[in-house]
Design a protein. Structure first.
Length: 131
């Protein structure tokens, strides 16, 4: 084969193989966005719980060290003032109402071709009322 033909064949094969890989993903739905936001909140809360547990464990270890030092007759160094451990509390996700589009509480999906009401004109309606 000629080098130019080989290069052209390789380029065509590469373009065909890489086309699907370069396709754009669709935008996430509102439900997927809500799940991602809830997962982010859960991760942040889990990090706070881990920091709280670490703080409590460090306080417990320092207290045990001071007690064992006093029991051995040694003088323990003074405790360093640190902020108190703060408990993040239980994990709570705020439940929001579904959007109106999802709840079905709005007008039907069909397009309106005329305003609602009878198809008679105002003059016809007045004429009928006089009878």
């Amino acid at each position: 084969m000629r080098p130019a033909l080989l290069a052209l064949t390789f380029a065509a094969w590469f373009a065909a193989a890489s086309g699907p890989a370069l396709a754009k993903l669709p935008a996430p739905s509102d439900e997927a966005k809500a799940k991602a936001a809830a997962a982010a909140l859960k991760t942040a809360w889990t990090d706070k719980v881990g920091a709280y547990q670490l703080c409590r464990a460090m306080d417990h270890a320092a207290e045990g060290y001071r007690k064992s030092s006093k029991a051995a007759g040694k003088e323990a160094p003074a405790a360093v003032d640190m902020p108190a451990c703060t408990d993040p509390g239980p994990f709570v996700v705020a439940v929001t109402a579904p959007p109106l589009e999802a709840s079905g509480a709005h007008s039907p999906a069909t397009m309106a071709v005329s305003p609602p009401g009878p198809k008679a004109t105002a003059a016809e309606l007045q004429g009928q009322a006089k009878k």
